[in-house]
Design a protein around this ligand. Structure first.
Ligand code: NAD
Length: 499
């Protein structure tokens, strides 16, 4: 154990051990073994990182847009060229398969590319001569030091949702990634340094509640961006707001896919499997409930079941479809819902326990699991299980399905599968959810729109990236100006007139 590598913080452009001796294990979930340990920051370590970001801020804020963009361009090129290395890190610590790891990085790269437009995106407005000789214009300026706290399930993409925009806009950053798969953040920070970013502009502290709490109350942190589970998102929102910070806090989800009787059932079955079991269901935009409008449920369940038997589960490096879960504890919790389903009277169509895997027997495996006729009172339906578990709920009509979705406490993503444009249009209008797919199961908006849910899936009013990201990481000044016209200042031989 003691010979295992130790992941340190990244402060002021270099690895830093920090003062805390506390560590947490980082597993390789496909091997079921501890592969590394990560340092867990003390409050003093967070203070050091914030001080580094605070010291770097005036210089970075005043660095010209052209120079900042040059560094972001370099970063984009380096990240694109070396994304395979980062994908290997993701697979080793998170477990997701290589193709999925690359997909997450490419969605993150999109945000870097969006941030390259910062000079255009932060242009102000100008109104000439609002009163005689008076002009009004707006400026968008950075906030200062901003904190980012990210979850385990997208160790590259979620940090990339935030720091490229924050930094390109002139802020400096302290990033606190998940302690379960921390290496990606250090790798990204080192790459930013290689791209030319001055020391202290992007710092990474690893840790748990102690580090998070230190960020939430720190007087020199101006804003907090958080992504994680709903109870923690709510806590972050309330605590950081109480300490006077701007906060965006994205939480958990339970995403429904409504399948109407006229839908293409093969397309819907493919979509349900891809969105339900990709990344072993550990996505906040995973589909976890298929709402089948009768009479299609029997056919749809048969088509989904047939597809599940063909899925290859195993080590993400070996070309499998689905990898392991993040920890043994999480794997066991997800698997426990199979017993809950039995008890609550659901039909367990596919039981993922004891599945054959292409990987080490000690890995945190659970195969694809499918429940049919799930009761909406059951915890299987109500909880965010966050694993390879898909529930089918049968309803009699579109209206019943819509009402079900709108009763959910979550409102992150949803999808409708239909060939009826009128029904789809009605759904997009009536459904109480932030991101909607029409024959698209995982409707994650592109980087120049913004990402975020409704209800308990997002606290505050600020979505992530896109125009919302620009608004979040900048604040506006309105300037009203009047310059003395030299013609006012002395002799006047007539002719030039001001009204
Ligand atoms: P989590 O809430 O356990 O952890 C998220 C972050 O909060 C981590 O950095 C963690 O160290 C920190 N944290 C955990 N407990 C804390 C506490 N008591 N006090 C302060 N900080 C604490 O979430 P997770 O398990 O890492 O990620 C999975 C969850 O994230 C799921 O609920 C998923 O839906 C959600 N998620 C949401 C989105 C979205 O955009 N809405 C995206 C990805 C993941």
């Amino acid at each position: 154990m003691t010979d295992l590598p130790v992941i340190t913080h990244w402060i002021d452009g270099a690895p830093v051990d920090g003062t805390s001796t506390r560590t947490a294990p980082v597993f390789n979930p496909a091997l079921g073994a501890v592969a590394k340990n990560v340092r867990l920051a003390s409050t003093a370590d967070v203070d050091t990182a914030v001080a580094s970001a605070q010291a770097a801020y005036p210089g970075w804020r005043d660095t010209s847009q052209a120079r900042r963009q040059g560094i972001m361009f370099n970063f984009r090129e380096l990240l694109n060229a070396r994304k395979g290395d980062l994908a290997d890190i993701l697979t080793a610590e998170h477990g997701k398969v290589t193709s999925d790891a690359l997909g997450e990085i490419i969605r993150g790269l999109e945000v870097v590319e969006f941030a390259l437009g910062m000079p255009h995106l932060t242009k102000g407005e100008y109104s000439e001569n609002v009163s005689t000789g008076v002009d009004v214009y707006t400026l968008r300026q950075p906030l200062g030091v901003v904190g980012i706290i990210s979850p385990f399930n997208f160790p590259a993409m979620v940090p990339l949702w935030f720091f490229p925009i924050a930094i390109a806009a002139g802020n400096t950053v302290v990033l606190k990634p998940s302690e379960k798969d921390p290496s990606a953040s250090n790798w990204l920070a080192a790459l930013m340094t290689e791209a030319g970013l001055p020391d202290g502009v992007l710092n990474v502290v690893h840790g748990d509640k102690e580090a998070v709490d230190a960020l939430l109350v720190h007087p020199n942190v101006q804003a907090i961006s958080f992504v994680g589970s709903t109870p923690i998102a709510k806590y972050i929102y309330e605590t950081a707001a109480h300490h006077g910070k701007r906060v965006q806090a994205l939480g958990g989800a339970k995403n429904h896919m409504l399948v109407l009787p006229d839908a293409d059932l093969d397309l819907a079955a493919d979509a349900a499997v891809n969105a339900g079991f990709g990344s072993a269901g550990e996505r906040c935009m995973a589909i976890s409930v298929v709402v089948a409008v009768e009479p299609v449920a029997d056919d749809l369940v048969a088509k989904i079941t047939e597809r599940l038997t063909g899925l290859k589960v195993g080590d993400g490096m070996r070309g499998c479809d689905m990898g392991p879960l993040i920890t043994q504890v999480h794997r066991d919790k997800v698997a426990s819902y199979i017993d809950v389903a039995h008890t609550d009277g659901a039909e367990v169509v596919v039981d993922g326990r004891g599945i054959e895997v292409d990987g080490d027997a000690s890995g945190f495996w659970l195969g694809p699991t499918l429940f049919d006729k799930v009761s909406t009172d059951s915890d299987v339906y109500l909880d965010e299980i966050f694993g390879p578990v898909l529930s089918i709920v049968r309803v009699a009509s579109y209206a019943e399905g819509l009402a079900l979705i709108n009763r959910s406490r979550y409102g992150n993503g949803t999808a409708i599968f239909t060939n009826d444009g009128g029904a789809a249009r009605r759904f997009q209008n009536e459904v109480q959810v932030g991101m909607i797919g029409i024959n698209v199961p995982i409707p994650v908006p592109v980087a120049y729109h913004s990402f975020g849910g409704w209800k308990d899936s997002l606290f505050g009013d600020a979505k992530a990236y896109g125009p919302a990201g620009i608004a979040f990481y900048t604040r506006e000044k309105a300037v009203t100006s009047r310059w003395l016209d030299p013609s006012h200042g002395g002799i006047n031989l007539g002719f030039p007139q001001n009204a």
